[in-house]
Design a protein around this ligand. Structure first.
Ligand SMILES: [Zn+2]
Length: 348
């Protein structure tokens, strides 16, 4: 079979190449790939900045945002041939830490978890892949290709759960929410927040292209420019850019008793004074900064429900399709209008 592979930590090593059939030890369910989404983590792996091959191997099959069709459900599975499934990304650490021991591997405390397509387990960018039945999430067949949005939806399902849990520390009645960054995570956050009847605002640097209209069509308000110039103080900010200045401005701008949920991972130092000023703003307003990464099985299940009940036409506008895996390099060169680039492996 063919797969998109990379030698981790070696820039420019990505190839679409002949690769052995998936090892039966990777799971009893055999799946034919339909599509795989590409995100910033994949781009970082291809750039040689991140990623780990399986122990004893030099190359890693890329891809963690999967969608596939079951070819062989194996002996002990509730799955059927032809079911559309998405594979969970993370596996618990082998020790396991207390969080992994109770199935909350998204909160792993020792960092020894593994992740498909990222850390020590082959990913989903291969014509066929195998998975353990308990890590295969069935998706609503009417979603079709949109099922590939499940993994990013799990990230936001967990993040919003963290926000709601944090809000319970005091009397809390949020009305206005700001989402910074109108990438796939930000737009899916806006979709879910609108479903809660909140006054949703999305800020992004794009002044043209499809993003303003996509946000407007949700019934949310689109902004460009600085968070400091919004003209109001949001009760909640869901930060999806990872950009230092956006995070610093968000900490200044959020209302008293506010919550900022950080989901983006960026780079860039901050001076001691900037950090001290930010900390003062957090303390004096009783604010909470909560970080959120990955998702556990509860979030995967909820995200599947949420996606199945979302407007298909709106979701379709988030996806840019690359029709052949051999053109995978195009997925790494983003056009300004691209929101979620998806590499299609087989028809649906
Ligand atoms: Zn753990």
């Amino acid at each position: 079979m063919k797969a998109i592979t990379v030698e981790p930590k070696k820039a420019g090593s990505a190839r679409y190449e002949e690769f052995p059939e998936p090892d039966v030890r990777e799971g009893s369910v055999l799946v034919e790939a339909v599509a795989v989404g590409v995100c910033g983590t994949d781009v970082e792996i291809v750039e040689g900045k991140y990623g780990w091959a399986p122990p004893g191997k030099t190359r890693l099959v890329l891809g963690h945002e999967s969608l596939g069709r079951v070819i062989d459900p194996g002996p002990s599975s509730s799955l059927k041939k032809g079911d559309l499934v998405v594979g969970i990304v993370r596996r618990p650490d082998p020790i396991p830490c207390p969080n992994c021991a109770v199935g909350e591997w998204d909160m792993c405390t020792n960092g020894q978890y593994t992740e498909r397509g990222i850390k020590e387990i082959h990913g989903y960018m291969s014509e066929r892949w195998r998975i353990e039945p308990e890590y295969a999430i069935k998706v609503d067949p009417s979603l079709g290709l949109l099922g590939v949005l499940l993994e990013p939806m799990t990230v936001i399902t967990k993040a919003l759960e963290q926000v709601l849990l944090t809000g319970q520390r005091a009397y809390w009645e949020p009305k206005t929410v700001l989402v910074t960054g109108a990438g796939p995570i930000g737009l899916l956050a806006a979709l879910r927040l609108k479903a809660r009847n909140l006054d949703v605002h999305v800020l992004d640097r794009a002044e043209t292209g499809p993003k303003p209209q996509i946000v407007h069509d949700l019934g949310a308000t689109y902004h460009t420019g600085s968070v400091l110039d919004l003209g109001f103080n949001p009760d909640v900010i869901v930060e999806c850019t990872g950009v230092g200045s956006v995070i610093a401005d968000s900490i200044q701008q959020v209302d008293s008793g506010g919550i900022i949920c950080l989901t983006g991972v960026g780079a860039g130092g901050a001076s001691g004074r900037v950090v001290a000023d930010m900390a003062a703003a957090v303390v004096l307003k009783n604010n909470v900064l909560v970080g959120s990464v990955n998702a556990n099985k509860r979030h995967w299940y909820k995200a599947g429900q949420n996606l199945a009940h979302s407007d298909r036409e709106w979701l379709r506008r988030l996806i840019t399709r690359i029709e052949k895996p051999e053109d995978f390099q195009q997925a790494l060169v983003r056009e300004p209008d691209d929101i979620k680039v998806v590499i299609q492996f087989s028809d649906i």
